[in-house]
Design a protein around this ligand. Sequence first.
Ligand code: ZN
Length: 216
Amino acid sequence: MTNIKHHLTDDLLMSYAAGNLPEAFSLVVATHVSLCDECRARLASYEAVGGAVLYEAPCCAMSEDSLAATLLRIAEAPQDAVPARATGAPGLFPQPLRDYVGGDLDAVQWKSVGGKVRQTVLPTSKEASVRLLHIPAGTAIPDHGHHGMELTLVLQGAFQDEGERFGRGDVEVAGEDLEHTPVATPGDDCICLAATDAPLKFNGLIPRMAQPFLGI
Ligand SMILES: [Zn+2]
């Protein structure tokens, strides 16, 4: 049983099942799904639908050597290094996130964003970006709106936004025009994973000046 109250939208789960999300958003979806039984079950049903659609699709003619050519391409593809799997006690980060960080919380290399807020941008493809944020309890994330979509998943602590509380496993889906100021609640510092598909536009002057240097 989990206490997760804020889930992924159907659009996001369907796009993820179809392999259509930018890498940054896929990472947030995969990390939430690792924590959330409900979304894992919904995702499984979308994947089953996708499989049924392929099964029912009309056949198309293929050349005789297509199987051999496909097997050859698989054999020639560079092998990904298998990341070391952590064993023992479960940490803060679910496995999909751990694979990107190269470990758990203690492996993160934080950089200050101003005030006591810290972040690290994780390497993904360019069409969207994803970062880990460390926000001291009781601190606001700088006031910002965005041009695109923002997905924020809480890993530790909690934040309050637009009258709603988001705790571990909860994901906030913020659209185009939301101007919002999430505030970390008192207690544990808030650590979250946030993906955006366009640069944030901070409203305060100093964050705006610093934005090109932060890579967000
Ligand atoms: Zn969920």
